[in-house]
Ligand binder design. Structure first.
Ligand code: FAD
Ligand code: NAP
Length: 535
């Protein structure tokens, strides 16, 4: 009998969940609490309960070739870093192309999902949903939890004595939409993650003064990297991963930090953290240094306490006449439809095997999708998780014993602790390529570079020296895509296409720009002389 799978949420993770169920011959029903697809990427003027909420200007910090689904490249004319409306457009194209909408029940919220009495034998779930006040119950063989983890704000008011007396406006970044209402005001943004960086920069265009309060500083990365290629395209390469493995970590850190400091000195800009660059989830902000150098944004340490109108910082300095405090302090995972016996989140941590499966259940029929924070895009990672999970549900792949899974969880947690600075925001952190390879190996979709080197050296070269794009995981195994090779070999064209909008119709090596002949001869003679002198 075809297994019925409940998919919770129709954001990017939920869409690929439906597609993967269909690919494996499972029967998906996706419940989406709101009236449309896209999850976080659908901008609305007012935040909706139970769905993430973004500001109008959000632009991705992962690029289109790295964030797309592995068998559906973003259109070649789409910008590399898509504004939110384009991201949504891409998801709509994906849903339409694979005809996914008919499996989604909109305005239907999953209220509870409980193990059925015979769960130990069947692995089945009783799922209760609510649509316009009416509750319904249904039985499912498995659940893919795709409800997102950027919905419930982390508002650490208890860590800020005096905030209750503060007379100005105070809110979480989730509730921020536009900068206009902050014209002429003095604002403190708490937190220097990507929300803090984005909000401070945007608000500073109209505000009188913006301060960022950060308890540990951050290395600031730029979307535009070497030769104008997107940062993640430049960073996520297999040969770099190999080099990193053999390079002492301190050397790797110094090399990357030097690059960041070559753009602007982080110490002189008040941003330098005590930790090394690799130890924190990256903050990408193209404009922050520009706003700091123009004095519109000033960096301050953590706030020790607030008064009715002022903030006193840990270094003893004070800023008075503060109008607004924005908490850009991140989010907490939250699964209100599960009892603690299924999913108990503690310190923003849910113990999951390979960040997907709770190890303690008698049957592995629930999988958490997208509950990760990669050094890269979430979408293709969530897609691979879906590919793996659906095969587990179908019985084509098996999980190890509970003890083995728990041991793996402990090992990974120790590694994570050693690598990243201790912060709740790092509990979901994974390395993009390493994690993708790990999942792909589970379903035999990890590309074999050595065999490709013999059979298809051109492709092998691009896999090794080019960006690790999601199509690499469609070259073999279940779900093999016959266009994967061609898509990989043309990826650079698709990256360049949207920026190269003014084509040169003249020869760049014209006589005025090239070196005169006599100078070339002199240069050649100098080189020959230098060679002889050095012998
Ligand atoms: P979501 O997009 O949050 O979708 C979850 C869906 O589940 C929603 O539609 C919600 O309505 C629905 N839902 C929830 N609970 C229920 C329920 N009980 N019943 C029914 N439906 C339910 N990631 C990147 O990879 N690149 C980026 O550049 C990037 N930028 C970001 C910018 C911001 C400001 C933020 C906050 C996050 C960003 N992220 C980025 C991370 C982001 O979470 C992912 O891009 C992506 O949205 C995750 O998709 P998802 O489907 O897992 O979750
Ligand atoms: P985040 O990454 O969790 O960052 C939270 C920030 O708040 C960190 O600087 C953290 O400091 C600080 N903080 C948390 N609790 C604090 C406390 N009690 N006291 C002082 N400081 C505290 O959250 P986010 O910036 O909202 O980002 C969430 C996700 O959305 C990330 O995946 C991010 O990449 C993504 N995002 C992307 C974009 C984009 O693409 N343009 C924009 C915004 C967000 P510590 O480091 O010290 O913990």
């Amino acid at each position: 009998m075809t297994k019925r799978v409940c998919v919770i949420g129709a954001g990017s993770s939920g869409l690929s969940a439906i597609k993967c169920c269909l690919d494996e011959g499972l029967e998906p029903t996706c419940f989406e609490g709101t009236d449309d697809i896209g999850g976080l990427w659908r901008f609305k003027e007012t935040p909706e309960d139970g769905r993430a909420s973004i500001y109008r200007s959000v632009i991705m910090n992962t690029s289109k070739e790295m964030m797309c689904f592995s068998d559906f490249p973003s259109p070649e004319d789409f910008p590399n870093y898509m504004p939110n409306a384009k991201v949504l457009e891409y998801f709509r194209m994906y849903a339409e192309h694979f005809n996914l909408a008919k499996y989604i029940r909109f305005k239907t919220t999953v209220c509870s999902a409980k193990k059925r009495p015979d769960f130990a034998i069947t692995g089945q779930w009783d799922v209760i949903t609510e649509m316009e006040g009416k509750q319904e119950s249904a039985i499912f063989d498995a659940i893919l939890v795709c409800s997102g983890h950027h919905t419930s704000p982390n508002l650490p008011l208890g860590s800020f004595p005096g905030i209750e007396k503060f007379k100005g406006q105070c809110f979480h970044s989730r509730d921020y939409k536009d900068p206009f209402e902050f014209k002429g005001k003095r604002i403190i943004v708490i937190g220097l993650g990507n929300s803090g960086g984005d909000l401070a920069v945007e608000i500073s265009l109209v505000a009188k003064q913006v301060f960022i309060s950060t308890r540990r500083g951050a290395w600031i990365l730029n979307r535009v990297s070497e030769n104008g290629f997107p940062l993640d395209v430049v960073m996520s390469k297999r040969y770099k991963k190999l080099m990193k493995r053999f390079m002492p970590m301190s050397m790797f850190n110094s090399r990357e930090e030097n690059k960041m400091n070559a753009r602007f000195n982080h110490e002189n800009y008040g941003l330098k953290p005590r930790h090394r660059i690799i130890s924190q989830h990256p903050t990408v902000s193209d404009d922050l240094p520009n706003r700091i150098i123009s004095g519109k944004v000033l960096i301050r340490p953590n706030v020790k306490r607030f008064t009715e109108t002022a903030a006193i910082f840990e270094d003893g300095t004070m800023e008075e006449n503060i109008d607004v405090v924005v908490f850009a302090t991140g989010y907490c995972c939250h699964f209100p439809f599960f009892e603690d016996s299924i999913a108990k989140v503690e310190d923003n941590r849910l113990p999951l095997y390979k960040h997907v499966f709770p190890p303690h259940l008698e049957k592995n029929t629930v999988a958490f999708i997208g509950l990760i924070q990669p050094l890269g895009a979430i979408m293709p990672v969530a897609e691979l998780q879906n590919r793996w999970a659906t095969r587990i549900f179908k019985g084509l792949n098996k999980l190890p014993s509970e003890d083995v899974m728990n041991a793996d969880i402990t090992l990974k947690r120790e590694k994570q602790k050693k690598f990243y600075v201790e912060s709740p925001r790092h509990t979901l952190q994974v390395d993009f390529m390493e994690y993708m390879d790990d999942l792909a190996a589970e379903i035999d979709a990890k590309p074999n570079l050595l065999s490709l080197l013999v059979k298809d050296p051109k492709l092998a070269k691009e896999l090794f020296f080019g960006p690790c794009t999601p199509y690499q995981y469609r070259l073999k195994g279940p779900g093999k895509w016959d266009k994967a090779r061609e898509t990989i070999l043309t990826q650079r064209d698709r990256i360049i296409k949207p920026t190269k909008t003014r084509l040169l119709n003249y020869d760049m090596t014209d006589s005025s720009s090239s070196m005169p002949l006599y100078l070339k001869v002199v240069a050649l003679l100098l080189v020959i002389a230098a060679v002889f002198l050095s012998l």
